[in-house]
Ligand binder design. Structure first.
Ligand code: SF4
Length: 266
């Protein structure tokens, strides 16, 4: 009996083509995928940092309805911005967004996007990819995980004109299939064929470890969020309700003192 021929190695570039084909037919319809406007992409990307897609959608739509351009946001009161943001967490992101909008209004978009408040290398790459359509991969923890598992030799390259689609396809792959805890290697992953980690049975071993997050319940983050929520509802909260959390909010410019009360920052 003749031995079965060895499986032909699948070039990594084939996986990129399959990924793009899969995304073209199955990619999620998300509101920030219907725009190439830099400001709208920035809003989406900042909201998506640390917050899940389904949770972001209503906040993103409400935000763009209220402040459809950087100029609109630049003129907004910080208290209003924080009130709309409430529920997304990490409110410094909202303050930085308004600061970035003001920078854009006053000086235009900087050549180096990381010069904008709150914009790090990932968000800068996301704007170049998702707004400008450049072949730049925005590498967040999801994409980092996919690269480690599926493309351990490095990203094989983006086909011409496919920068936006490649970046978005990787986002969907990381969210729907190549997830951190339960990757769908055996249940239909669109780039399973030739996946080095799945073939070697080493998916878990090659997955980059996430830094453990501290508990939210009872944390200072939760206490600050509670105060900001009350402030958004009532416009005035006694500092005595939580003096330490109030002091932190004032120090970060997220609220202001008015006598014994905390009031929205201007
Ligand atoms: S086969 Fe598994 S490890 Fe490989 S890309 Fe798909 S989900 Fe990720």
């Amino acid at each position: 009996m003749r031995a079965a021929p060895a499986a032909r190695p699948v070039p990594a570039g084939d996986a990129v083509a399959r990924l793009l084909a899969w995304f073209a037919s199955e990619g999620a319809d998300l509101p920030w995928r219907r725009t190439r406007d830099r400001y709208a992409v920035l809003v989406a990307e900042v909201m998506l940092q640390s917050t899940q897609v389904a949770r972001v959608v209503p906040f993103y739509e409400a935000w763009l309805r209220r402040w459809p351009s950087a100029g609109d946001l630049a003129d907004a009161a910080l208290g209003d911005v924080l009130a709309l943001w409430h529920g997304l967490g990490y409110p410094r992101r909202a303050r930085n967004l308004r600061s970035a909008a003001r920078h854009v209004v006053d000086h235009g978009w900087p050549d180096r996007l990381t010069d904008l408040p709150g914009v790090g290398p990932y968000t800068a790459a996301a704007i170049r990819c998702f707004a400008d359509g450049e072949a730049v991969l925005p590498v967040d923890t999801n994409v980092e995980r996919i690269l480690a598992r599926r493309f351990p030799g490095g990203w094989p390259g983006t086909p011409d004109g496919e920068g936006w689609a490649a970046g978005q396809a990787l986002m969907d792959l990381g969210r729907l299939w190549c997830t951190a805890r339960t990757p769908g290697c055996g249940s239909g992953c669109p780039v399973r064929e030739g996946c080095p980690a799945a073939d070697a049975g080493s998916v878990d071993e090659v997955t980059p470890r996430k830094r453990p997050q501290g508990r939210y319940a009872g944390s200072m983050r939760q206490r600050r969020g509670t105060l900001l929520g009350r402030l958004a509802e009532t416009g005035r909260v006694p500092v005595a309700a939580d003096p330490d959390a109030a002091a932190g909010l004032v120090a970060d410019g997220l609220a202001a003192r008015d006598g014994a009360d905390l009031v929205p920052a201007g």
